[in-house]
Design a protein. Structure first.
Lengths: 124, 185
């Protein structure tokens, strides 16, 4: 172990190999090109600003139109054709209107069918 | 607060016809300083180049909002420092590293063209073992030789906090060199 060195004695030189002057020149050229591209973009900004505005306005209008259609479909469809509650009600009404004989026939038929399937040979 | 060179830059930036020339002058004056400042924080040359690009793009984009409350140099250092720290955080997440000092020291250990037995390499290892804030403050004070007032503007800290940070950093570096390193001066 060597004796303790004061930090100042080490100096400010970096241990990394320094990049060449070419690296800095290329970097400046590349950045200048990017800046020039940005400048020309900024110059065409008025036109570039209008196009997205028109696109946004158009999509808002289309969006409103679609929402209108979907609203109509939802109110008509949900209650009459697709609602689970209305299906339940229909089934209840159907079974309530059956006579005892009809109900007994259906129960009998359903148990016969179960037996029928259960007695089928497995590999047939 | 501006130097004559900075006044010249702002005059060029003010006119649309000479704006690009003004930016070229910024690059001319500060690219090497900023390169080394970033390199000391992110270690790898390739990462330094990426951060440098982000820095100068940010400088270009926000130069119109620069309030001239500090020098242009200090303001660019601030952007570069923020970009370098942001880059390190991103890399730390990508590599799932919990210990930033170990991550940076691993990068340093794989860098090409370093004399690992030199005092300079030992000093870098000691600096990379510091917590982030102390590392930034130490680098700006020791290598870039900036005043505490300038560093305060860059790091948005008080000068008394910075002096404490530098004092602790120096102490830790001396301790690290004493305990871990064996080199010739």
């Amino acid at each position: 172990m060597k004796s303790v060195r004061e930090i100042e004695k080490i100096g400010r030189e970096m241990p990394y190999s320094a990049p060449s002057q070419e690296f800095f020149d290329n970097f400046k050229t590349e950045m200048a090109a990017r800046v020039a591209a940005q400048e020309s973009q900024n110059r065409s900004m008025p036109l570039r600003g209008i196009i997205p505005m028109i696109a946004v306005a158009a999509s808002l209008l289309i969006g409103l139109f679609i929402v209108d259609i979907v609203d109509h479909r939802a109110t008509k469809g949900a209650g009459q054709y697709l609602g689970a509650e209305s299906i339940d009600q229909s089934i209840d009404t159907y079974f309530n209107n059956l006579s005892d004989d009809e109900l007994a026939y259906l129960v009998d038929r359903s148990s016969t069918q179960d037996d029928f399937y259960l007695t089928l040979p497995i590999n047939e | 607060m501006s130097t004559n060179k900075e006044k010249e830059i702002f005059e060029l930036l003010d006119r649309e016809s000479t704006r690009q020339e003004g930016f070229a002058l910024i690059m001319e004056l500060y690219s090497k300083l900023i390169y080394w400042h970033i390199r000391r924080l992110v270690v790898r040359h390739e990462d330094t180049e990426d951060v440098m690009q982000e820095t100068f793009i940010n400088v270009y984009r926000s130069i119109d909002s620069f309030k001239k409350e500090s020098t242009l140099k200090t303001w660019i250092y601030r952007i570069a420092t923020n970009e370098a720290i942001r880059h390190c955080k991103k890399r730390r997440i990508e590599t799932s590293s919990f210990d930033e000092s170990s991550r940076l020291n691993s990068l340093f250990a794989t860098e090409q063209g370093i004399d690992y037995n030199s005092a300079q390499a030992a000093l870098q290892r000691a600096i990379l073992a510091l917590p982030e804030k102390q590392r930034v403050v130490f680098n700006l004070r020791y290598f870039d030789e900036l005043s505490y007032e300038q560093i305060a503007l860059i790091t948005q800290s008080s000068t008394s906090t910075l002096k404490t940070n530098y004092h602790y950093a120096s102490g830790r570096i001396k301790e690290y060199l004493q305990n871990n390193e064996d080199f010739e001066l």
